[in-house]
Design a binder for this molecule. Structure first.
Ligand SMILES: O=C(O)CCC(=O)C(=O)O
Ligand SMILES: [Fe+2]
Length: 339
């Protein structure tokens, strides 16, 4: 039994009456009702409390969960149901809309030479020419187009909160991360584990700013914390939030981009969505002066163009090195402090 629990944070103080009248906040979940893992201490009552909770979670775990986030729970559940219907279709039906290039839209199976047994589909903003959304089930496209901008707005809110948590000038991150061209949603379908292997997603860090994960009730997502794998148990109406490498670098390691993985359970398929809030590939990334020169601390990373980092990651994902520790990751840019 893991001794640590990823905190669950009630975002309702930030879901304003102008967004939704409070009494009608879609997606309202009473903390403590839907799962047994809610830490009572993390129930938030004001914006300041929420910010403190988020700061703590980002420093300690790089992961937290949110409830009362304003995205209708029915819509979230329906998106999972439709994915389940789609992935249950015969391969030739699913293949009608894929595969395209590795990071473009359309149905794909993870290649056989890779350890992860999953199928997936990238979804870009509504109307993007990169999108290849299935026509079957017929409601799929409309639901994805409905939920995509909601995730994006929520990510913008979380970015604002993180901006404050880091003590940055108002709107600093928004102005820096000012292009929305690379945001995407990933629909994932994990096959059941066999007697011999159970990898759904090998351990990795996300390279972007911030990610949301919506998981069904099967479980399997785990976060590495002080050498221990902590499960992130599914809870109805909850979204998982995790910090990506870009924020870890900008904040000079104040906020953590945690290593995580998906372990496939036996006898069950699993569906999830990951929404990636992503920096423009032309951006230069380096520890911000607020956390280095301004306070006399050395940078923990050398700077890089985001596109070079992305390219290295994509290459590595398709051609994984034999040893996990040789994979291309943010450590590639870390400045060694030893010696
Ligand atoms: O499916 C999940 O729960 C997590 C997926 C994930 O970590 C990713 O796509 O980067
Ligand atoms: Fe991930």
């Amino acid at each position: 039994m893991a001794s640590h629990v990823i905190p669950t944070i009630d975002l309702s103080p930030f879901i304003t009456a102008t967004d939704y009248p409070k009494s009608q906040v879609p997606g309202t979940v009473k903390l403590g009702q839907s799962n047994g893992h809610v830490n009572k201490n993390s129930i938030s009552i004001s914006k300041e409390v929420v910010k403190k909770e988020i700061s703590k979670a980002c420093r300690e775990y790089g992961f937290f969960q949110i409830v009362n986030h304003g995205i209708p729970v029915d819509l979230m559940n329906y998106s999972l149901e439709l994915a389940k219907t789609f992935y249950a279709l015969p391969d030739e039906e699913k293949m009608k809309r894929g595969p395209g290039a590795p990071t473009q839209g359309g149905f794909k199976k993870n290649p056989e030479h890779l350890p992860d047994r999953n199928e997936f589909m990238y979804i870009f903003e509504p109307g993007s020419p990169k999108n290849v959304i299935p026509e079957n089930p017929p409601q799929f496209k409309g639901v994805l187009e409905d939920i995509f901008p909601r995730y994006r707005n929520l990510a913008s809110l979380i970015e604002d909160i993180i901006n404050d948590c880091l003590g940055l000038p108002p709107n600093f991150l928004k102005e820096y991360n000012d292009s929305r061209s690379y945001d995407h949603l990933l629909s994932l379908h994990y096959l059941p584990a066999s007697d011999f292997e159970n990898s759904g997603k090998v351990e990795h860090e996300d390279g972007n700013i911030v990610t949301f994960v919506l998981q069904d009730d099967v479980g399997g997502l785990e976060v590495l914390h002080n050498g221990e794998w902590i499960p992130v148990p599914p809870a109805a109406g909850t979204l998982v939030v995790n910090i990506g490498d870009t924020l870890q670098v900008l904040s000079n390691n104040r906020f953590k981009s945690a290593t995580h993985r998906v372990v496939r359970p036996k006898g069950k398929t699993r569906n999830s969505y990951a929404f990636f809030y992503v920096l423009d590939v032309d951006k230069w990334v380096e520890p911000l002066p607020h956390f280095t020169t301004d306070i006399g601390e050395p940078p923990q990373y050398r700077g890089f163009y985001f596109k070079d980092f992305v390219q290295g990651r994509v290459h590595d994902r398709l051609n994984p090195p034999a040893r996990l520790e040789d994979r291309f990751c943010i450590k590639h840019y870390a400045i060694s402090t030893s010696g």
